[in-house]
Design a protein around this ligand. Structure first.
Ligand SMILES: C[S@@+](CC[C@H](N)C(=O)[O-])C[C@H]1O[C@@H](n2cnc3c(N)ncnc32)[C@H](O)[C@@H]1O
Length: 289
């Protein structure tokens, strides 16, 4: 069987199943391309020129086995392949961390325009609630002079973040800190704090598709209205920012509740190329003391 036919067949099988997309791809075809190209070690960029390649029976069998796990067990493909992609970078992932998909990655890609006048003058960043470390690592890869801390309450997430820091040889520039929010961040201030905290409310937690239930609950659930962690972050963050510093907080579909709860705060909703109302920014001087 040729690569083109194999991708088409796997894509049809995904299409005819009841799996849920959203952990790296949004449709059956892209999911099939990812499974096949990753298993055969074909870079995405050269898949089009490889479409007539003949695939061995052994490789087809392996791909079919992985496809069956994806469909029958509803395990996100990222966990099966132990990889996730964000802005063209490959991250190691397993069930210890949420699968990277943060919209904050768009902001990094867009150099925080127009929110930060010159991101290249930013010297220190905290990626709070870091999971795999993807956002802090993207910051370090994009801005060579930035010192980055990535922090998480889950020691198994910190272990995964360390794998990714090592993968990109960033041990001198990115430090992983095991901490409950700011509790273990001592005598430090940052120019910028980025955070994609858990933000799923109690009702949505009950309705999550099977794939999301495979992710750590600690990475998703945040109390009745989804803002438990966000409230604490806003209350505590001021003393961890340098003067002129800013915090960007991702909040999913929860803008209305954020506007209601934080109505007395001067918050700015931040659009990216692919989203509106998922991230807000607060300047240090507008944070509560
Ligand atoms: C939505 S995930 C985001 C992970 C990563 N930043 C990303 O975008 O893929 C939220 C993360 O917050 C962590 N977390 C939950 N409660 C925390 C707390 N009190 N202090 C620090 N991290 C926490 C979870 O372990 C999880 O890794």
């Amino acid at each position: 069987m040729r690569l083109r036919a194999l991708i088409d067949r796997i894509s049809m099988d995904f299409e005819n199943s009841d799996i849920f997309f959203g952990h790296g791809t949004f449709n059956a075809f892209d999911e099939a391309v990812w499974l096949v190209s990753s298993t055969l070690n074909i870079p995405f960029s050269s898949i089009n020129s490889d479409l007539e390649r003949v695939i061995t029976d052994a490789d087809i069998k392996k791909i079919d086995q992985l496809k069956s796990i994806r469909i029958n067990q509803k395990i996100p493909l990222a966990y099966i392949l132990k990889e996730a992609w964000l802005k063209g970078y490959n991250f190691y992932v397993d069930e210890r961390v949420i699968i990277p998909r943060s919209i904050i990655a768009d902001l990094i890609d867009e150099d925080f325009y127009p929110w930060i006048e010159s991101i290249t003058r930013t010297e220190s960043v905290l990626d709070l609630c870091c999971g795999s470390g993807c956002l802090g690592i993207l910051m370090s890869l994009n801005y060579k002079n930035i010192q980055v801390d990535v922090a998480d309450i889950s020691d198994s997430a910190i272990a995964v973040a360390k794998i990714n820091i090592k993968k990109y040889n960033l041990e001198q520039k990115v430090t992983a800190i095991h901490t409950d929010l700011f509790s273990n961040i001592k005598n430090k201030k940052y120019d910028l704090i980025l955070t994609n905290p858990p933000y799923v409310n109690a009702k949505s937690m009950q309705d999550l598709p099977a794939e999301y239930q495979k992710e750590p609950k600690l990475a998703l659930a945040s109390g009745e209205d989804g803002l438990d962690l966000t409230r604490k972050i806003i209350t505590e963050s001021k003393s961890y920012l340098n003067d002129g510093g800013k915090i960007f907080i991702e909040i999913g579909h929860n803008r209305d509740r954020v506007d209601e709860v934080f109505k007395d705060l001067n918050i700015w909703w931040v659009d990216t190329g692919s989203s509106s109302d998922y991230i807000f920014m607060i300047n240090k001087e507008d944070l509560p003391n």
